[in-house]
Design a protein around this ligand. Structure first.
Ligand SMILES: Cc1cc2nc3c(=O)[nH]c(=O)nc-3n(C[C@H](O)[C@H](O)[C@H](O)COP(=O)(O)OP(=O)(O)OC[C@H]3O[C@@H](n4cnc5c(N)ncnc54)[C@H](O)[C@@H]3O)c2cc1C
Length: 292
């Protein structure tokens, strides 16, 4: 019933279509279990790989959840765009070259990438938390916080176990300060987030931070490993990857999408908070309809 209800529903359906069109291997619908970790060895009755200390485990939803690995999705989307004639330039945008149009609006003429101006007819700022730079570039107020969180990935040997019983887990908060979300992937990896201790980052800090400096917090990765290995033998080895990302969260929790006021040809699409993977297809479609 929320204002974002349509974004959820339409984008959920679009993901299924995109996965088929792009031939994604990592997309699937997955049932979800609600789990509370215990302190004594007691396996779950309804999921054989939850073979550690489980206090309770119940079915939360059967077919309302789907997963896709963001790397595969984004790379496939870029490849599909390139196949249709798009050109990808990788670099750091340092600013915009603008001029005042005859009607008084600001017109973007070029995007400055690694010191070199690239001519632009239209510009869409879609830089997640770093979209706060639109304040310096175009005077747009972007009241954004970046929520900096660590996640881990296990490359476990029990692929068949999570293949036979593919469940995502939403876990209650535990005594390590984790409220784990566990997503076994079709390729045998197991991704964990919800590991607590996120850092709330203000706009001025975000501007000063290079995206590649968003590094994981080893203490939170260790806490996640302690919690996961207590619940299941899938966590018997250290995670293969620890990583971090920043969730772009605007003051009202809603995304900011549209033409930047008082400009002729600048647009913004940011602030997707904890829904940026789910909402990616519908946001792309909405922005394309607006811009093209
Ligand atoms: C731990 C965690 C779990 C999550 N789980 C889910 C989930 O289950 N479902 C879901 O839907 N969403 C989830 N999200 C949220 C989702 O990841 C974000 O909403 C989404 O990534 C936002 O996408 P974006 O493209 O707007 O920003 P980003 O993904 O942050 O991308 C911004 C890009 O801009 C680049 N950039 C920044 N500055 C510049 C510059 N000056 N020049 C050029 N490029 C620049 C950055 O390098 C980055 O690649 C999760 C987030 C986190 C942190």
């Amino acid at each position: 019933g929320s204002v974002t209800k349509d974004l959820h529903r339409k984008s959920f359906a679009m993901h299924e279509e995109l996965a088929a069109t792009l031939g994604l291997q990592s997309y699937r619908k997955i049932p979800v279990l609600s789990v509370a970790a215990g302190t004594q060895p007691k396996p779950a009755r309804n999921c054989s790989w939850l073979d550690g200390c489980i206090a309770s485990c119940s079915l939360m939803d059967k077919n309302l959840t789907a997963q896709v690995t963001p790397k595969e999705l984004t790379e496939a989307l870029v490849a599909a765009a390139v196949a249709k004639g798009a050109r990808v330039v990788i670099g750091r945008v340092e600013g915009l070259e603008t001029a005042q149009g005859p009607d008084g609006t600001v017109q973007v003429r070029a995007v400055v990438v690694d010191g070199k101006p690239m001519k632009a007819d239209k510009v869409v700022i879609a830089m997640g938390p770093w979209s706060v730079l639109a304040t310096d570039w175009l005077g747009l107020r972007v009241p954004m916080e970046g929520i900096w969180s660590t996640s881990v990935v296990y490359q476990h040997s029990g692929t068949d176990r999570t293949k036979e019983e593919p469940y995502a887990l939403f876990c209650q908060e535990d005594d390590n300060g984790c409220h784990l979300e566990v997503y076994p992937r079709p390729n045998g990896e197991v991704y964990l987030c919800g590991i607590g201790g996120s850092k709330y980052t203000k706009p001025e800090e975000i501007k000063a931070l290079a995206p590649e400096a968003v590094l994981p917090n080893p203490k939170r990765a260790a806490a996640a490993h302690a919690s996961f290995s207590r619940m299941t033998s899938l966590g018997s080895q250290e995670p293969a990857k620890t990583q971090a990302c920043m969730r772009p969260c605007l003051q009202d929790g809603l995304p900011m999408m549209g033409r930047v006021p008082a400009t002729a040809n600048a647009y913004i699409a940011c602030g997707h908070n904890c829904w940026g993977i789910l909402w990616a297809p519908i946001s792309g479609l909405a922005m394309a309809e607006l811009v093209v």
